[in-house]
Ligand binder design. Structure first.
Ligand code: CP3
Length: 348
C-alpha cells in the first residue's frame, strides 16, 4: 500500500486504529435528497443508463463530498447491475422501485442469457478509475456489490416490498437448484468486486440488505457461507483488499457473521445496541454504523443526542460513523451538514 493511501483516515480505522473523531460517510449519500442529484438524474434516459454513463456517475459520486466532505466516496452504481449484466431484464419504475423479470426455478435460471457481464459492467470500472484519479488523497474510495442472498431476493421476487415468500420457498424446496443461483452470484460478485479493486477501489462493501429475514440454518447457508467464500477469494487475489460486511437485520447472528466471514469491518443497522456492538463485535475490529436514517430526517435535539450516544459507545475503538441504512429521499441536506459538524466536533 502506498504512503498516501495509508494516511486516509478511513483506511487507518480499517486496519484497527481508533481515531477521534472517527471518519464518516453515509450509505446512499448520493441521491434524491440532493437537488443537484435530481437535476443530474434528468440528463439520463433511465436509472441504469445513469449508472453506466461514467461522466454522470462520477459527478453523482462527488456531489455529496462537495457539500459535506465525507471521509469516503462510494461509487455511484446499484446492486442490481449484477443481475442485469447476467442477462435478467431490470428496470426502475417511478414510485415502485426496481422491477425484474422474476427467476423462479432452475429452468428460468438457465434461460438467463449471461451474455458478457464484463462488457455491460465496463463503464462501472471506468467510473472507479476516474474517481481514483480525481479524489483528494485523504478520501477513501469505496466500491460495492449486493451480497448473493440479497441479489437473489430481487431476482426471484421480481421487486422489493414482498415478504420474500418465493425466494425462501425455493431455498427450502430445492436447495440444490437454489444453490446454483447462489453459486452463480457468488462468482459474479467476486469478479465484480475484484475488478473494482483493480480499478482503484480502496475498500469494498457487501450489502446484504435482506440478511435478517432468514432462519438460522438458512442464514448460515445463504449468507455466511457465500460471504466467506467471496472474502476468501478476494483476499487470495488481492492480499491488500479490505471488505466491509453489512448483514442488515442479522440480530443475534451478527457475532457469528463477524467471526465466520473474514470481513474487516462489521456494518450494523440501527437496531443493534451500540454498547453491545462495542463489547462483542468491536474488539480490535472496526465497526460501522448505526444512526437511524429517520433520526437524520427529523434532526433537532434527538439527532444530536443519538449521534453522541453512538459516538460515546463506539468511538473508543476502531469506528466509522455511518447510518444503519441508507439516506432517505426526504432528508433535509442541512441535517446532513449538522450531523457532519456534530461528528467533527466530538471529542472525549
Ligand atoms: O450509497 C450511494 O450513494 C451509492 C449508490 C447506491 C445506490 N444504491 C444508488 C441508488 C448504492 C450503494 C445502492 C445500494 C442498493 N441498491 C441496495 C443496498 C442498500 C439498501 O438500501 O438496502 C439496494 C437494496 C438497492 C436496490 C435499489 N436501488 C432499490 C430498492 C431502489 C429503489 C429505492 C429508491 O430509493 O428509489 C434503487 C434505486 C436507487 N439506487 C436510487 C439511487 C440513488 C434512486 C434511483 C433514482 O434516482 O430514481
Amino acid at each position: 500500500m502506498s504512503l498516501s493511501q495509508s494516511k486516509k483516515p478511513l483506511l487507518r480505522v480499517l486496519d484497527g486504529e481508533t481515531l477521534t473523531p472517527p471518519p464518516f460517510w453515509l450509505m446512499r449519500q448520493a441521491g434524491r435528497y440532493l437537488p443537484e442529484y435530481r437535476a443530474l438524474r434528468e440528463r439520463a434516459p433511465d436509472f441504469l443508463e445513469f449508472c453506466y454513463t461514467p461522466d454522470l456517475a462520477v459527478e453523482a459520486t462527488l456531489q455529496p463530498l462537495r457539500r459535506f466532505d465525507m471521509d469516503a466516496a462510494i461509487l455511484f452504481s446499484d446492486i442490481l447491475v449484477v443481475p442485469h449484466a447476467l442477462g435478467q431484464p431490470v428496470s426502475f419504475e417511478e414510485g415502485i422501485g426496481p422491477v425484474l423479470e422474476a427467476v423462479r426455478d432452475l429452468d428460468d435460471l438457465r434461460r438467463l442469457n449471461s451474455g458478457r457481464p464484463e462488457e455491460v459492467l465496463g463503464p462501472v470500472y471506468e467510473t472507479v478509475a476516474t474517481l481514483k484519479g480525481t479524489l483528494p488523497d485523504k478520501t477513501a474510495l469505496i466500491g460495492f456489490a449486493g451480497a448473493p442472498w440479497t441479489l437473489a431476493t430481487y431476482m426471484v421476487e421480481g421487486r422489493g416490498g414482498t415478504d420474500h415468500g418465493h425466494v425462501k420457498n425455493w431455498a427450502y424446496r430445492d436447495a440444490e437448484g437454489f444453490g446454483e443461483l447462489i453459486g452463480l452470484l457468488t462468482a459474479s460478485v467476486t469478479a465484480h468486486l475484484s475488478r473494482q479493486i483493480e480499478s482503484g477501489a480502496d475498500v469494498v462493501q457487501l450489502f446484504d440488505s435482506w440478511a435478517g429475514v432468514l432462519a438460522e440454518t438458512q442464514f448460515r447457508r445463504w449468507v455466511l457461507e457465500p460471504t466467506a467464500e467471496i472474502v476468501r477469494h478476494l483476499k487470495d487475489k488481492h492480499p491488500e483488499a479490505r471488505v466491509i460486511g453489512f448483514p442488515r437485520g442479522a440480530g443475534a447472528l451478527y457475532g457469528d457473521y463477524a467471526d465466520a466471514t473474514g470481513v474487516d469491518v462489521i456494518a450494523i443497522d440501527e437496531a443493534v445496541p451500540a454498547v453491545w456492538a462495542a463489547d462483542t463485535l468491536q474488539r480490535g475490529r472496526a465497526v460501522q454504523g448505526n444512526l437511524s436514517n429517520l433520526a437524520l430526517v427529523n434532526g433537532g435535539q434527538t439527532l444530536a443526542d443519538e449521534t453522541h450516544r453512538i459516538l460515546g459507545a463506539l468511538g473508543g475503538g476502531p469506528f466509522i460513523f455511518n447510518l444503519g441504512h441508507g439516506v432517505l429521499p426526504g432528508t433535509p441536506p442541512e441535517n446532513v451538514a449538522r450531523l457532519a459538524s456534530l461528528i467533527r466536533g466530538w471529542g472525549p
